[in-house]
Unconditional design. Structure first.
Length: 276
């Protein structure tokens, strides 16, 4: 049995540095870090989305620095995006979603040396929801203000302890994000606030999905993963659950853990990339 990790066990480590930072807007959080492997490329690329219960006071893109560096060391580029959470001016609906979309689409402007023909989205916790939502953008209702004519195509999603079903989160007091944050995220005053925000409403996504979840995760209840895989599969999507024993929430993004080794393997396989 391994020792459970707490957040300071991850964030207290020496922090690796990204290769470049790009702005996609004027707000301080409208930024993306590029982690690029050595060599000429073209390098396979991951669009990475951090969690933090959709709240910037809890986490920003820097929470993913250690796994971003690990992927870079294994020959995979990372486009690590940030966005305004519901606790920031301009965040919530539609701002948080617009930020995530704009940050992903900005990859096209700064993708020299990267292989943009097959992009995998990877998200942790609330970022798992947003990574899946990025893949679902072509399925957005035609009247949604979040809809775009030419969204960045996502070929595969790897969700790490994700929260795909916002309606389930809003009805589940046992989740680590609480229930009130969802109202701030989706704007409950709209006729159907989940129609363009909650992943199951947009299924089938038409994109393969791998969910990596810790069996002992106390922040994201395990049923969120089993329920999503069952619904996605029933809708016709290729969705697989990879359960990691003796694993909580922090271990999913700590580079030395079995959970991250599973995620790295799945990412490489989706990118058809041979790990060194």
């Amino acid at each position: 049995m391994t020792t459970r990790l707490a957040w300071p066990d991850l964030t207290g480590r020496p922090r690796p540095m990204a290769d470049a930072t790009f702005a996609y807007g004027d707000a301080p959080l409208q930024r993306v870090d590029l982690w690029c492997p050595a060599g000429a490329g073209p390098h396979p690329v991951v669009v990475m989305v951090h969690g933090g219960c959709w709240q910037s006071d809890i986490a920003d893109r820097r929470l993913m620095d250690w796994v971003a560096a690990d992927l870079r060391d294994h020959g995979i580029a990372v486009w690590n995006i940030d966005y305004r959470g519901v606790d920031r001016t301009g965040g919530g609906y539609p701002g948080t979603f617009c930020d995530v979309a704009a940050a992903a689409d900005a990859l096209r402007l700064h993708g020299a040396g990267l292989d943009l023909t097959r992009i995998v989205a990877v998200g942790h916790s609330a970022g798992g929801h947003l990574a899946l939502w990025l893949a679902a953008r072509p399925r957005l209702p035609v009247d949604s203000p979040l809809r775009a004519d030419d969204p960045l195509p996502i070929a595969h999603v790897v969700s790490l302890g994700g929260l795909p079903d916002l309606e389930a989160v809003a009805a589940s007091p046992d989740n680590g994000c609480g229930t009130e944050v969802i109202a701030r995220l989706v704007d409950p005053g709209r006729a159907d606030p989940f129609a363009d925000t909650s992943v199951p409403r947009l299924s089938p996504l038409g994109v393969p999905q791998d969910l990596v979840n810790g069996r002992e995760d106390r922040i994201v209840p395990y049923r969120f993963a089993t329920d999503h895989v069952a619904r996605a599969t029933a809708a016709g999507d290729a969705a697989r659950l990879h359960t990691v024993a003796d694993t909580g929430h922090v271990e999913l993004i700590a580079p030395e853990t079995p959970a991250w080794a599973t995620a790295r393997r799945l990412i490489a396989a989706a990118l058809r990339h041979t790990l060194p």
